[in-house]
Design a protein. Structure first.
Length: 133
């Protein structure tokens, strides 16, 4: 909520404290959640290097916790940062390098579907398909 009203410094501080507590408690799911939101705060603050670092961490912890919703959210956010930076090859590596037109994890999630279209090899020729999403 603090980040939403422009108080990113305070949001970061609160989330870093949450991450410390999660590490102390060895709670991998809480580590994933805190890292995910730290990544979003970093992205909102335009600290893209930190956003990538935190979102990678969030994916790692979510995978260990078998927390598919946060794994999905962190993956979509990370792809968003990478696409924003023009790092399409890095996005392809995360997606497994294949042309992922419609994967199970993207169904029902417009942000994920748009990102998948943006990293396809035929982009920008796929603009008509992108517009229909």
């Amino acid at each position: 909520a603090r980040c939403a009203v422009g108080r990113t410094r305070e949001a970061r501080r609160d989330l870093e404290r949450a991450l410390e507590l999660a590490e102390k408690d060895e709670d991998v799911r809480a580590r994933s959640v805190a890292s995910y939101y730290l990544g979003l705060v970093a992205w909102a603050s335009r600290d893209l290097k930190e956003a990538i670092r935190q979102l990678h961490a969030a994916r790692t912890w979510a995978r260990r916790a078998r927390d598919l919703p946060h794994l999905h959210a962190a993956t979509v956010a990370l792809l968003g940062v990478l696409v924003r930076l023009g790092r399409i090859k890095a996005a392809h590596r995360i997606l497994g390098g294949a042309d992922k037109r419609q994967t199970a994890w993207a169904r029902g999630n417009h942000a994920a579907r748009i990102l998948l279209l943006r990293v396809r090899k035929d982009q920008p020729q796929n603009i008509p398909e992108l517009v229909t999403v």
